[in-house]
Write a protein that binds this ligand. Structure first.
Ligand code: PAF
Length: 282
C-alpha cells in the first residue's frame, strides 16, 4: 500500500495506472477510521481495481475552531487498519498546504437550497467547506466512483448536487449506516465520548426507531413534539434538532403526502460532542 502526501506524486501514479486501464473507487475521509469507513473501502475495492482513501481533516468545513482542534487524528492507526484489508489501496494524506496552497478558504457554492437545511442552519459555511474539499479531491484523484456513508445524508445529497451542477465525471454511491451493537451510528467522534455519554448515546437511535414506529399512525408534527419531549427529559443528551424531511428536498414537513419518501434526522450533543443520525421512515 502506498501512502502519498503530495498531490503531484499521487496524480502521477494514478495517471500511469489509468493509462493501463485500471479503475479507481474513492473514499474521502477525515481519518480516525472505523468499521463504517472500512466498509466503504471494501465497496470501493469490490467494484474497482484500486481504492483510493484520502485522510485529511479539512479546516474549511469546521465553523468551530475547538471542534477542529479536538478532531481525532490517528494517521498511523488508520494506515495499519487499511493495510490489514486485502486489496490494492492507495492512501492520500496531504498537508493543509498541499491542498490549499496558502489560501485556506472555502469557495462559495449554490446547492439549490439543500445547504440551508439542517446542518446548514447550525454549522455556518460547513457545506461550502465540504464542497471545496470534495471538488479538489475529485480533481486530484479523478476517481470513477466515490463512496459516501448515509450517516451524513445531507452531505451525500449535496455531493450528488455538486457532481450534477459542475458536471464532474464521477459516480456517487451512498452506503448504509454502520452501527455499534448498541445501535449507535459509527462516527470518528464516538472515540471522544466519555463512558457515561457513550452508554447513553444509543438513545438517539432508539428514539429514531420509536419515531419510525409512530410514523404509520401519527403526523410528523406530533412525532417531532414527542421526540423533543423525550430529549428534554434526558439528563445527558441535548437535542439540537429533530426533523422529518422529504428525502429529495431535505425540507422538514408537518404532514405527509402520498408517494413521497421521508427520513427522520437528528443532531444532539453528548457533552461537547455533536452526534448526528438519520433513519428512513417509509
Ligand atoms: O464525511 C467526511 O468525513 C468529510 O466531510 C469529507 C467528505 C471527507 C470531506 O472532508
Amino acid at each position: 500500500m502506498t501512502v502519498y502526501n503530495n498531490k503531484v506524486e499521487i496524480q502521477k501514479h494514478i495517471t500511469k495506472l489509468r493509462s493501463q486501464g485500471f479503475t479507481f473507487g474513492f473514499v474521502p475521509t477525515m481519518g480516525a477510521l472505523h468499521k463504517g469507513h472500512l466498509s466503504l473501502v471494501n465497496e470501493a475495492l469490490t467494484h474497482n481495481d484500486f481504492a483510493v482513501v484520502s485522510i485529511f481533516v479539512n479546516p474549511t468545513q469546521f465553523d468551530n475552531p475547538l471542534d477542529l482542534e479536538k478532531y481525532p487524528r490517528t494517521l498511523e492507526r488508520d494506515i495499519e487498519l487499511l493495510q490489514a484489508q486485502s486489496g490494492n489501496t492507495i492512501v492520500y494524506a496531504p498537508s493543509v498546504q498541499d491542498i490549499y496552497e496558502g489560501q485556506t478558504k472555502a469557495e462559495r457554492f449554490d446547492f439549490d437550497g439543500l445547504e440551508h437545511e439542517m446542518e446548514g442552519k447550525f454549522r455556518d459555511g460547513h457545506f461550502d467547506g465540504v464542497g471545496t474539499i470534495v471538488k479538489r479531491l475529485f480533481e486530484i484523484v479523478t476517481p470513477n466512483t466515490a463512496y459516501f456513508g448515509e450517516k451524513d445524508y445531507q452531505q451525500l445529497a449535496i455531493i450528488k448536487k455538486l457532481v450534477e451542477k459542475h458536471a464532474l465525471p464521477v459516480t456517487i454511491v451512498g452506503c448504509e449506516i454502520h452501527r455499534d451493537p448498541s445501535g449507535l451510528a459509527m462516527s470518528s467522534r464516538n472515540e471522544r465520548l466519555k463512558p457515561d455519554y457513550k452508554k447513553e448515546a444509543p438513545f438517539i437511535y432508539k428514539t429514531l426507531l420509536a419515531a419510525k414506529k409512530q410514523f404509520g399512525t401519527k403526523n410528523a408534527k406530533e412525532i417531532v413534539e414527542w421526540v423533543e419531549n423525550e430529549f428534554s427529559k434526558h439528563e445527558l443528551l441535548k437535542l439540537e434538532y429533530f426533523i422529518i424531511a422529504d428525502v429529495t428536498t431535505l425540507k422538514s414537513i408537518e404532514t405527509k403526502q402520498n408517494n413521497t419518501n421521508y427520513r427522520a434526522f437528528v443532531a444532539a450533543y453528548a457533552d461537547d460532542i455533536r452526534l448526528i443520525d438519520n433513519l428512513a421512515l417509509n
